[in-house]
Design a protein around this ligand. Structure first.
Ligand SMILES: *Cc1c(COP(=O)(O)O)cnc(C)c1O
Length: 398
């Protein structure tokens, strides 16, 4: 039953993805089903998108209601859900203003443009360089790709956008050395997602902030993956008690509908005046309604407390696996942003878990990442842990 669709994909869809051989057709909460009716418990969440699980009733209702009223009109006009969403996002964060787009990479492109325009407006047009971190991931369009300091993504696409300098993550001394008169911004994921669920030290993030302030450099946090409750806080920067000047968001914001956003303080956002930047679909009524409904649930009473509690529980169980099974080097993470690092490739484990009804994914070849819906039950966590342990022991004893 899965086979026809797989053949169609292979014949007609661009070959940019290495896909697993299942066709997912239905989802509810933490579960998805494939075309043959097999059920999976989802620890991938559409890549940290479905933070409320699949087809959350509030999000579904908001989409239905808005779809019947108005789907799209363009930013030539005022849009009710867009202004409401901007008000909500600014009231929940450090930011004063929001630029809306459709994806993470577009949010990063907006941040790059804004940082450069900010210094241009100050008469410092030579200040264009952005410092980014090894193992970062900021997206696939050429600007974001140039910001992404992982060589494997650059192969075949040069020349990249000039003006990026790459330094080691979590190393304040390197950041100090890298700043020059040309530096306009430091761009960092407080917790690197695609790079391996690497968690910045608190002193690193607060140190970057001080460094930026001292040198008049803008601090940009990429919270495309870490945002919207994933870490147990609404935004990861709250864990670090350090506010950026600019922040990028996407993934979980729309409850599954494509939406991206770039947030900034008034000081920087005043450089975005009519004609400087745009996105046709950016902040359209449908996407913003879905985001408003999503945010309402995430910011509900006790929601994040529960995420924290289940995150602590999940991490404890992963740590036990790491102690017990020699091929597991480390368990790490915060909230529902968790990982197991192996001393060898982990793809076999992903396949084994999938065959047994669990979706997980593997990044950087050897890091198993767990980014389930924030609402996942302890029972589901327990079931994964037992399947995962068996699978890892099997690989360990090979
Ligand atoms: C996924 C991701 C992006 C890119 O988002 P897209 O919506 O795929 O363009 C950028 N930054 C981070 C941290 C991400 O995890």
């Amino acid at each position: 039953m899965n086979k026809n669709i797989i053949q169609l994909t292979e014949k007609h869809v661009a070959g940019t993805y290495g896909r697993y051989p299942i066709v997912l057709v239905k989802g509810k909460g933490s579960r998805v089903w494939d075309k043959s009716g097999k059920q999976y418990i989802d620890f991938v969440s559409g890549l940290a998108v479905n933070n409320l699980g699949h087809c959350h009733p509030s999000v579904v209702a908001a989409i239905k209601k808005q779809a019947e009223k108005l789907i799209h009109v363009s930013n030539l006009y005022h849009i009710e859900p867009q202004s409401q969403l901007a008000e909500k996002l600014t009231s929940l964060s450090f930011a004063d203003k929001i630029f809306f787009c459709n994806s993470g990479t577009e949010a990063i492109e907006s941040a790059i443009k804004l940082a450069r325009k900010y210094f241009f407006d100050q008469g410092q047009s030579g200040r264009t360089e952005i410092i980014t971190m090894h193992n970062s991931f900021h997206g696939r369009t050429l600007g974001s790709l140039s910001a992404t300091a992982q060589k494997k993504f650059h192969i075949g696409f040069k020349p990249l956008l000039p003006g990026f300098k790459y330094i080691p993550f979590n190393d304040l001394q390197s950041a100090r050395k890298a700043i020059t008169q040309k530096t306009c911004a430091i761009l960092v994921e407080p917790i690197q997602g695609e790079g391996g669920v690497n968690i910045a030290d608190p002193s690193y993030i607060s140190g970057l902030k001080k460094l930026c302030q001292k040198n008049g450099v803008l601090l940009i946090f990429d919270e495309v993956q870490s945002g919207f409750g994933r870490t147990g806080k609404l935004f990861a920067y709250e864990l670090y008690k350090t506010k950026p000047d600019i922040m990028t968001m996407a993934k979980a914001l729309g409850g599954g509908i494509a939406i991206g956003a770039m947030a900034g303080t008034n000081r920087v956002m005043k450089s975005f005046v009519p004609g400087t930047h745009a996105a046709t679909f950016g902040g359209n009524p449908l996407a913003c309604s879905a985001a408003l409904a999503t945010l309402k649930v995430i910011t509900g009473k006790n929601f994040l407390n529960k995420v924290n509690a289940s995150g602590i529980y999940f991490l404890k169980r992963l740590k036990k696996i790491a102690r017990k099974i020699p091929i597991v080097k480390e368990a790490r993470g915060t909230g529902m942003f968790l990982a197991l690092e192996l001393d060898q490739p982990g793809h076999e484990i992903v396949i084994d878990c999938m065959n047994r009804g669990f979706l997980i994914n593997c990044i950087q070849q050897n890091v198993l990442r767990f980014i389930p819906p924030l609402t996942i039950s302890r029972k589901d966590i327990d079931s994964l842990i037992s399947v995962l342990s068996e699978s890892l022991i099997k690989l360990n004893d090979k």
